[in-house]
Write a protein that binds this ligand. Structure first.
Ligand SMILES: Nc1ncnc2c1ncn2[C@@H]1O[C@H](COP(=O)(O)OP(=O)(O)OP(=O)(O)O)[C@@H](O)[C@H]1O
Length: 649
């Protein structure tokens, strides 16, 4: 141990913002590797940096990101140094130190050094399992014995599901939804990625219809015995509920176009990943794993950006080899809360094109020509062929191309500060009659000034009517119309302060009583998983009176059913007029108010955070922010380090 850091407070004096957990992690690991005589200061600081990066959601620490950097250095506003920090050696020195001290992948130590990345062993293994799985699936796609259906059957099926475009304008455009179905249909593993409203659910419902049709078509010699067992899942209860609704809507839309017999075989009810795998109370393990496989033929996982590395590997372990896996998601959204960035890793942008074999297959069955071809076919390997498994959808069907929400989302995620700020601050224009003041786009609005100047109007329009509803279903409908989304929990612009503010306005209006901590119509959010009650972190409910007049906590379930729970039994929860953007993934509201902090040095602020909040809004988006904070957010890109680099291998 360096004399400097005999105790945590010594480290605090030297390193800005060091957390106790990082210091003790480094100390523990260093002691466990003591036989290597690791009193090296570079080594100790590397362990602190590794712990910090795991907490930030990276699955590893690439040496390139810390070599020659000054770690934990800071100075105050006058430029006086407050923390000297620690300077890491140059990369070649760090590499040779790690090679000497750190442990090869097949040793049994807590830390692994592999391909210039430092890992905690469990994440190294998760990554390797993920890569092995993808390699095996990519190899399967090339194996004629594993290929699922005959090309001619697929072509006929696609022709039935995607009737020819009549419009001359569209003739030369690639129908990526059709390509996505064509691509996924003959593979055991595929990804359909795209922003909100690009038709992922619409497309995947056609894909499921195609699978059902092909599986029951008499000419297919690769069909399964009996009906396909299809499972629809999402990472959270809310996302599962939305997936169920979207699939149900898509099926309704296909009535008349696709036979009722086929549509009836597509399930409409989605479940959470945890429920699919079978939670064991008080255990990190699931009932389904490599020795107790799931009995399913097709697994569709929606909102994959929210799934962390460990959970994704656990899902893959529990799948029988016959199972076809389809992942849906938007890689531009915030990555998972726990470590990993699976969707971003497996579907990196831009797409590098398809292998010649896949391109030929896709052109043949989808009749779409000019599909992009893999640029370096000579270097192709099982992993580089992973690009064959990915299709990006980028045409939004929900926001028309000219709409403000779609435009600002695109500017923000692409780091365009001026364009996005201009859209947001666009001044109203006087129309031709010089009478009406209009804005060319009224879906976007900048909220200026303190919350006290704009919040009361929103509370009157959206939250107060909850208390006037006659039924719990009407109250849920009202609640779903609007939400305040904050970047932070604390501070004036945080969730806690805004929730209090809304309640004070409701008290002032006479909608609720100042002395009641629980009241009918109160929206609540669960903050922990409670498996016995079937309530999960992020689930949103309402307090409402049952027929006997008792106040209960009510949660929406599938098929318009409700779960009624005695409030005394509720796990940890909070009032939810305002919620963090992180917790809102997988949900949508007609009108969203996004509230950003007033300080630019907030570590949470990033374009992915803002994009996630923006894309929760279906019809209207109001934003409370300052220009310098907006600029800081748009210019900050979230990067998750991982060792999965499909195009490098
Ligand atoms: N090719 C199409 N033709 C007509 N309507 C379409 C088409 N594709 C999608 N839509 C419609 O666009 C809307 C959005 O589609 P969908 O819900 O599938 O998008 P999504 O990408 O799953 O959205 P989200 O990410 O928000 O879940 C739906 O109303 C859907 O019916």
């Amino acid at each position: 141990m360096p004399a400097l850091y005999k105790q945590f407070n010594h480290a605090q004096q030297q390193l800005n913002n060091i957390e106790a957990v990082d210091y003790f992690f480094a100390k523990e690991i260093q002691q466990s590797l003591d036989k290597h005589n690791n009193s090296d200061q570079q080594f100790f600081h590397l362990l602190i940096a590794l712990s910090e990066s795991l907490r930030a959601g990276h699955s590893c620490l690439p040496l390139a990101t810390i070599a020659s950097t000054r770690f934990g250095y800071s100075c105050d506003k006058q430029g006086i140094v407050t923390h000297n920090g620690f300077t890491f050696a140059e990369q070649p020195q760090l590499v040779s130190l790690c090679e000497q001290l750190f442990i090869k992948p097949d040793d049994n130590h807590a830390i692994v050094f592999y391909e210039n990345n430092v890992y905690l062993r469990r994440y190294y293994h998760f990554e390797q399992e993920l890569l092995t799985f993808i390699s095996a699936k990519s190899a399967q796609a090339k194996d004629a014995n594993v290929q699922i259906f005959e090309a001619l059957d697929i072509k006929n099926c696609l022709a039935a599901l995607f009737p020819a475009q009549l419009s001359a304008d569209d003739k030369d455009e690639i129908d990526w939804q059709k390509v996505a179905v064509a691509n996924a249909i003959n593979k055991k593993f595929s990804i359909i990625a795209g922003g909100p409203g690009t038709g992922k659910t619409y497309t995947v419902t056609k894909l499921l219809a195609a699978l059902v049709m092909l599986n029951s078509s008499s000419s297919s010699n690769k069909k399964l015995n009996g009906d396909l067992k299809i499972a629809l899942v999402a990472p959270t209860g809310k996302a599962a509920q939305r997936l169920s609704e979207s699939v149900t809507n898509a099926l309704l839309g296909f009535t008349g176009q696709i036979s009722a017999a086929v549509l009836s075989k597509i399930p409409q009810e989605a479940q959470t990943l945890h429920r699919l795998l079978g939670v064991i109370p008080n255990s990190v393990n699931f009932r389904h794993h490599q020795d107790n496989l799931l009995n399913i033929d097709v697994l569709l996982i929606d909102e994959v950006s929210m799934v962390d590395l460990a959970l994704m590997v656990r899902v893959f372990r529990a799948l029988p080899s016959r199972c076809q896996i389809i992942l849906l998601g938007d890689a531009d959204q915030l990555p998972s809360v726990a470590a990993g960035s699976v969707l971003n890793d497996l579907a990196p942008k831009p797409h590098r094109g398809y292998s010649p074999e896949n391109q030929q297959y896709l052109s043949q069955v989808s009749e779409c020509s000019n599909l992009p071809q893999w640029q370096k076919p000579s270097k192709s390997s099982a992993l580089t062929l992973a690009a064959d498994h990915v299709v990006f959808l980028d045409k939004s069907r929900r926001f028309d191309g000219e709409g403000g929400i779609g435009k600002i989302a695109s500017h923000v995620i692409n780091g365009h500060f001026s364009e996005s700020w201009q859209l947001l601050t666009e001044k109203p224009v006087i129309d031709n009659n010089h009478q009406n003041v209009t804005k060319s786009d009224n879906t976007l609005c900048l909220l200026e000034g303190k919350a006290s100047s704009w919040l009361p109007a929103f509370v009157s329009e959206y939250y107060a009517p909850i208390f006037a509803q006659k039924t719990v279903s009407a109250a849920f409908k009202q609640l779903q119309k609007f939400r305040i989304l904050c970047a932070t929990r604390v501070g004036e612009q945080g969730v806690e302060s805004l929730n209090e503010h809304v309640q004070n306005i409701l008290i002032k209006r006479g909608d609720i009583n100042a002395f009641e901590t629980r009241y009918c119509g109160q929206p609540i959010m669960i903050n922990v998983n409670n498996y016995s009650l079937g309530l999960y972190n992020g689930d949103i409910g309402l307090l409402w009176k049952n027929e006997a007049g008792h106040l209960m906590a009510v949660f929406e379930q599938a098929n318009n059913e409700y779960k009624w729970v005695n409030p005394a039994r509720l796990p940890q929860h909070e009032t939810v007029y305002a919620m963090t953007i992180h917790k809102t993934q997988g949900s949508e509201f007609e009108h969203v108010v996004m509230v950003l902090p007033e300080q630019t040095d907030n570590k949470l602020l990033s374009r992915e955070l803002m994009y996630t909040a923006i894309t929760r809004a279906k019809q209207k988006l109001s934003i409370a922010t300052l220009a310098n904070v907006w600029r800081q957010g748009v210019m900050t890109k979230t990067t998750r380090y991982s060792g999965v680099d499909l195009y490098k291998k």
